[in-house]
Design a protein around this ligand. Structure first.
Ligand code: FAD
Length: 311
């Protein structure tokens, strides 16, 4: 049995990743296969809120939690309470719902049409927001990033086999818009309660005596960007603590993710964890691999042996 708090199965694949990157009919096709295999899905049930997690643990021999890692990193600077500043996931979830034909009440609508849009955060989530803003008919789209512009090919400081921290450009970037790096956002400026500008400054990175990067503002490099809509795509901190994690009093690792042992079991007996909830915001391939490995471990735990692949 799979419990899901949303109205449809798929997690970020359904409500985070835009339709232009992953068509939702692909997810629907997979869900149908899983249903035909005998898996039962119950949507609109928030475990820890609608259905007590302790009750679930009593009713099932094993429980695997795979609730993702969605607590967004915020930007606590002056003006943060102005209207027109939204988290990336709020924007992407709503946009996916609209693409599926859902009507969003006007007062809740986050729409880029004819607006000057700034996406703060230069990662993949930010790139998805850029693509969505283009499709909604934004007047202009800019993506800014605090870190310096990455190299386009490996340098001496970045030899193989180290992970290549190179400049990535997605189809959303090929479609248009501007990108800027080494930009620190200092302040949101508004007219009344409405956002109108971003106050920014350029930064450079030096190394401290221990060799750690040290960010310094470049004197006199302050500038402003006129903006109507800001999307915060600054990454994710850890899973949501409220609800399930708090109720089960689960131990967390130093990064705030759910801690498990080598059997994928959490600090609570018979409760297992996998995916982003265990390893932090990651990749689909990892979520699939973790799910499979957890399934093997749980099967072995319950049955003493397993015919599933350990991977
Ligand atoms: C915008 C964005 C774009 C991405 N693009 C890519 C990409 O192109 N390629 C790639 O490889 N990775 C991408 N990723 C990462 C990838 O989507 C995730 O690593 C993956 O979805 C993690 O899967 P998961 O099942 O662990 O968590 P999630 O996909 O977050 O799913 C967790 C599910 O648990 C449900 N849930 C949470 N709490 C409860 C509760 N208490 N009760 C019931 N249900 C609950 C949620 O509603 C959700 O459906 C992207 C991530 C983001 C945010």
């Amino acid at each position: 049995m799979v419990f899901e708090r949303d109205d449809a199965i798929g997690g970020i694949l359904r409500y985070g990743i835009p339709e232009f990157k992953l068509e939702k009919k692909i997810i629907q096709r997979r869900v149908k296969i899983l249903e035909e295999e005998g898996i039962r899905f119950k949507t609109k049930i928030n475990i820890g809120i609608d259905y007590k997690a302790k009750q679930l643990v009593k009713e099932f021999d094993a429980v695997c939690i795979a609730c993702g890692s969605r607590t967004p990193r915020d930007l606590s600077i002056p003006g943060r309470n102005l209207s027109g500043i939204n988290f990336a996931m709020d924007y992407l979830i709503q946009s996916n719902r609209r693409v599926q034909g859902e009507r969003i009440p006007t007062e809740e609508l986050i729409d880029a049409q004819d607006k000057r849009v700034v996406v703060i955060g230069g990662g993949d989530t930010g790139a998805d927001c850029v693509g969505v803003a283009h499709r909604q008919g934004a007047a202009c789209v800019m993506q800014i990033e605090i870190m310096p512009k990455p190299q386009t090919c490996r340098t001496q400081d970045l030899p193989w086999p180290r992970y290549p921290l190179l400049l990535k450009s997605s189809t959303s970037h090929e479609e248009g818009g501007m990108r800027d790096w080494s930009v620190l956002t200092k302040k949101f400026i508004g007219l009344g309660s409405k956002l109108t500008k971003l106050a920014c400054v350029r930064v450079e990175f030096k190394k401290d005596p221990q060799g750690c990067p040290l960010m310094q503002e470049i004197a006199g490099s302050d500038f402003e960007i006129e903006v109507d809509l800001v999307i915060l795509a600054l990454g994710f901190l850890h899973p949501e603590k409220k609800g399930l994690i708090q109720e089960l009093e689960l131990d967390l690792d130093p990064r705030g993710n759910v801690k498990t042992d080598e059997k994928f079991m959490t600090s609570k007996k018979d409760v297992f964890a996998c995916g982003d909830m265990r390893r932090g915001q990651s990749l689909i391939v990892w979520a699939i691999a973790e799910g499979r490995r957890a399934a093997y471990k749980i099967d072995k735990y319950l049955m003493g042996q397993s015919i599933l692949s350990e991977l």
